[in-house]
Every structure is written in structure tokens, then in C-alpha cells.
Design a protein around this ligand. Sequence first.
Ligand code: AHM
Ligand code: MG
Length: 340
Amino acid sequence: MALTNRQVLTLDEFTIREMRAFPKATGELAALLRDIGLAAKRVNVEVNKAGLVDILGDAGHMNVQGEEVKKLDDFANEQMVGVLRHGISCAGIASEELDNFVMFDDTISQQSKYICMFDPLDGSSNIDVNVSIGTIFSIYRRVTPVGTPVTIDDFLQPGNRIVAAGYVIYGSSTILVYATKRGVNGFTLDPSIGEFSLSHPDIKCPETGKIYSINHGNWYGFSDGMKEYVERCQTKDKSKGGPYTQRYIGSMVSDVHRNLIKGGIFMYPGTTDKPAGKLRLLYECNPFAYIMEKAGGRATDGKMRILDKMPTKLHERTPFFVGSVKMMDELEECLAIDNK
Ligand code: AHM
Ligand code: MG
């Protein structure tokens, strides 16, 4: 059934309204978000039929029509690059799927003041088993002059320079959440009209929660401080909401989205074998850190604020902790053990 409540704003209506609050706004950011919404809708269609069509196989082989089959993460990457290249608001992109950034060399794109970084399909190891996956993105103002080609300097910016960041979950429903300095809002795709409609206005992360999310399989590689915090979660007194519940889908968009709405903490620490952990600073951690901070939560690498980290390369990894402020405080108390 179509949403008939005309009080419900679509993504486009909402971003245009937001823009009007800034008399100097050019509409470029609203256009960029619309482009990303379009890519998300196209990816959504393919994700929903992933179980039906021969799209799950390895990239490179042929489907029954004799066309080359693309893996969904390649498809999602092409959609994101395509809409942003053809749009008028993006001067270049960097993607978790590509080794290098892409400079858009047409004159319209080079006149744009924004660049975009994204993970086109995060959690893609879950595709084959029908678990929710997502797209993560962040938008920055370029540092090189408008009208010139973008350079690596436009991409190696700390997260505290993000202008907007968001994610899309292809789940039981498809939701696009994005944050700007004005706050965090979520839009659910109404398939009957093909529009994202405002469903989660002004999202705030509860100060504390009862959910902790971590891959316990890595336990023997955790530091003493990390183990101490996990044990505290498991032994927390009933009067303090304990013991906490462990929830870990292994699909960051879903794990962090749930904790953002319900309150909780998501952790991907470094381990003995992999001191920098698994997650990518630019494509995964910075966007979620920005969204969580705008919703009232916090994000660190265990030592410093994620958004203040100066990236040195595009695919840099970092330990990542994000969630409700009070849980983050207790985590930091425990991690301090490692510095003694
Ligand atoms: P990907 O970018 O290869 O999909 O990996 C990122 C995903 C995250 O969504 C998730 O939080 C994490 O990998 C899970 O990793 P692990 O299986 O090591 O717990
Ligand atoms: Mg990823």
C-alpha cells in the first residue's frame, strides 16, 4: 500500500527544505544526496532479487543471456560511480572497491566543490545467506581549487571535515540514514512509489544501552583491557541492566544501525595478529563516527577520536569503537589498562 500521509516528506523534499535554511546553499549537496539515493534504489532492486538471478557467482562468468555476470559489490560500485560521475555535484570519488581515487574529468564535475567516499556494499560476505548488507558514504568539501582536477589531498582529509555522511541498509526494509551538522535523519524506501520517505526524524543514540557487538572469535587476540570490558558486559549487575546482550551480525551497517537506535556499543579492536583491526578508516569508520557523534554518541580507535585521525592512505585500517556515550566511557576506562 502506498504511503498516503502527505505529512511524510520524501528524501528530496527534506534535503531541499534543509537547504533553504541556508540562504547561501547552492543545492549541490541536496543533488548529491539525491544521486546517492538513486544509486541505492538501483542496488536495492538487485539485492532483492539476488536469490533469484545468477548474480551471486564470481565476477567474470556469463549468465544465461550470455552477459557477463557481476558480483553485487561490483554492481553497487558501478552504480555509485555512475550516478556521481553523471551528476553535477561531485568532482571525484574514492571507493573501497577501487585501488585509487577517480577524478571526474568533465568540466561540470570539476566545478563541483564536493568529493565522495564510499563502501558500495559492506558486509558482502553475507550476500549469499540473505543477511542485510549496506552502502556507506561520506561527503567532503574538496581542498583543491574548484575548476581543477581533484588530487589525493582531497581524499586524505580527517573525518572532522565531513559535510554529510550516511548509510543505506538493504534489510527487512530499505533505509537510508544520513547526518549533517543539523542532525541525523532516516528515510525508509516505500517500494510502491519508489521514494525514500522520512521515517526516523532526528535520530538520537540513547546515552547507554544493553547491547555489545564484537566478534568473540577474536578473543585470544584481544588486549587485557578489551577482555576486561567484554567481561564487564557479561557480568554487569542486573540493577545496572546487566548482563548485556551480545549481538553481532557481522554486517556493520546493521550492527551499528541497531545500536544507534536502541543504544549499545560496536567494537572492532586490533588483535595480536592485526593490530589495526579490519575496518577502513575512510570508507567505514569515519562515516559511522560522524553519524554517531551527530546523534549524541562517540567513536574512538581506543586512544583518540576517530574523526581527528589524519589518514595517510586511502585504504588505511583502524581499530574502531562506536556507540552510546556511557558505554564508551566505561570501555575507555578498561582500555586504559593496556597503557599501564
Ligand atoms: P567488508 O568490507 O569486506 O564487507 O568487511 C566489513 C565487514 C563489516 O560489515 C563487519 O562489521 C565486519 O566486516 C565483520 O568482520 P568479521 O567477520 O571479522 O567479524
Ligand atoms: Mg566494507
